[in-house]
Design a protein around this ligand. Sequence first.
Ligand code: 5GP
Length: 203
Amino acid sequence: MTRRGALIVVSGPSGVGKDSVLKAFMPGRRDIMLSISATTRPPRVNEIDGEHYHFISQDAFKDMIAKDEMLEYAEYAGNYYGTPRQWVEENLRRGMHVILEIELVGALKIRALMPEAVFVFLMPPSLSTLRDRLIGRGTETPSSISARMEAAKKEILQASAYDYIIVNHTLPDSCEKLSAIIGAAAQRASHLKDIIQEVTKDA
Ligand code: 5GP
């Protein structure tokens, strides 16, 4: 019997380095898949449709909501972001661990919907490091940086709602911690309930 995969939700303020950590972490992990969100935000330079996001129109996004095709969605800094439901459910069913890289509101919706999921918050060492990273990225306008810093403060204040916090000092350290968390998530008794039945079936 294929055991259902674990759902891992990774949040953290824009600019904290979620993409870099996940990009460094994913290669070689054939047991883990990263969900690709849908968004109404326009692509940044170098972002590829279907790889970084599914870039869709507001109408297409609303249509997906109406058809109940979003596992969760939220508005963030003026754009909509959502997790396509079917892909996540299919991969969990076939035993893959699935990572959702989503913001706080969406994470709280997942918590209510799938309490067995594991919630990880990637924390910047300080707000000034975060601002420097956002500016250094060179992809955001000054108003987008302000909106993202405002959202960041709100998110950081709610970090205790998560199961784990990783302070993103260095990539290797954050990757190692994430790996340990996912390893532990897959071994939780609540996740392995069916093994009790399996082992005792001939008793
Ligand atoms: P960005 O525009 O920087 O790519 O993403 C902005 C924020 O949206 C990030 O905090 C990111 O985690 C979040 N986000 C990306 N995809 C989703 C999603 O499917 N659902 C929700 N709720 N947030 C998302």
